[in-house]
Design a protein around this ligand. Structure first.
Ligand code: HEM
Length: 140
């Protein structure tokens, strides 16, 4: 019995499509994060929500991050409905990675001098990418 025993081939195919979309979206968020690092001027310390420029670049990163969060949730819903244990488990770990990145992003914006917050964002990204890639690998 495989871990996806309860899932129909259609559900598995749909989840794999969503998973691939997630990997692509995470990579876009990664490139966006690097762009923010290089091209957004933040104040020396304190909150970055005022005084950072160009703010649209930060907001594009935040909005894309929010869409990623929704996609993560969607994957969990499809996995639950379709009874796919692989995608439910790996999707849950991946989702936690996205939450960690979100928390890091928010905390960085509260204190832009925090290297740790920036690192947590990168760590959350790596955790998320790993688990969605792992789910794709398991159902090759
Ligand atoms: C409210 C949500 C978020 C905010 C406010 C935010 C903000 C930022 C900022 C200001 C930077 C530049 C950091 C620096 O210059 O050191 C950054 C970088 C980055 N972000 Fe986000 N981010 C958010 C969510 C996310 C999410 C959800 C991901 C991935 C799942 C992500 C991935 C990254 C990566 C990989 C970098 C580059 C490496 C780093 O500096 O950590 N971010 N983000």
């Amino acid at each position: 019995m495989t871990e996806n025993a309860g899932a129909t081939p259609e559900t598995t195919e749909r989840l794999r499509r969503l998973g691939l979309m997630m990997v692509g979206s995470l990579l876009i968020e990664f490139i966006g994060g690097i762009a923010v690092t290089f091209w957004v001027e933040t104040p020396e310390s304190g909150s970055g929500w005022s005084g950072s420029s160009p703010m649209w670049l930060v907001m594009a990163h935040v909005i894309w991050g929010t869409l990623i969060l929704l996609l993560g949730l969607w994957i969990l819903i499809v996995a639950r409905k379709g009874k796919s244990r692989t995608w439910l488990n790996m999707g849950a770990f991946g989702f936690v990675g996205i939450i960690i990145a979100f928390a890091g992003g928010n905390s960085f914006m509260s204190d832009v001098s925090s290297d740790a917050a920036s690192f947590i964002m990168a760590l959350g990204f790596a955790i998320a990418l790993f688990f969605y890639a792992f789910a794709l690998f398991k159902k090759a």
